[in-house]
Write a protein that binds this ligand. Structure first.
Ligand code: NI
Length: 162
């Protein structure tokens, strides 16, 4: 069967301030511009989650969308929505909450929760995109995907040879 890719879109609002403790104030302003304003600012983020795999023959879907929504809500959105990312989200205690880093944090959370939520299904979390503004778009592939994909492909090839 050919593989199908499905992308589902979510939205959330959060605030951040971009300021690196290893740079001086002038360099911070230079690197981050307005995003270095001392008291932070908000964004209305759009998050696209893409998955790929084999359709469930019984449902004609990759996964039930309510189940996907529940996973994204519990692993990502409930911790980020209406929050100050610098203060309220533990991953950003040590890293600057740029949207590059936000993409990595969300991808890591989804990657580990995905395997449990969709165990036994041939559907992978493939990648995500975050739109911070209409001009700033960030993408991150599932950090666990390549390893898992290669090993399962290797196994199935071996089985065919045998
Ligand atoms: Ni910003």
């Amino acid at each position: 069967m050919s593989q199908v890719r499905v992308t589902r879109r979510y939205r959330f609002s959060a605030s951040h301030r971009l300021h690196s403790p290893v740079l001086d104030d002038a360099r911070n302003r230079e690197v981050y511009g307005k995003c270095n304003n001392p008291h932070g600012h908000g964004h209305d983020y759009t998050l696209d989650v893409s998955m790929r795999g084999e359709l469930d023959a019984a449902t004609g879907r990759l996964v039930p969308l309510p189940q996907l929504d529940a996973l994204v809500e519990s692993t990502v959105l409930k911790d980020l929505r209406w929050r100050n990312l610098n203060v309220d989200v533990e991953e950003f205690a040590a890293i600057v909450p740029t949207t590059e880093n936000l993409a990595r944090v969300i991808a890591a959370r989804l990657a580990s929760a995905w395997r449990v939520a969709f165990a036994g299904r041939d559907v992978q979390f493939e990648k995500l995109r975050i739109y911070e503004t209409k001009n700033n778009i960030f993408e991150c592939v599932n950090p666990l995907r390549e390893t898992a994909g290669e090993s399962s492909m290797g196994e199935s090839e071996l089985q065919e040879v045998q």
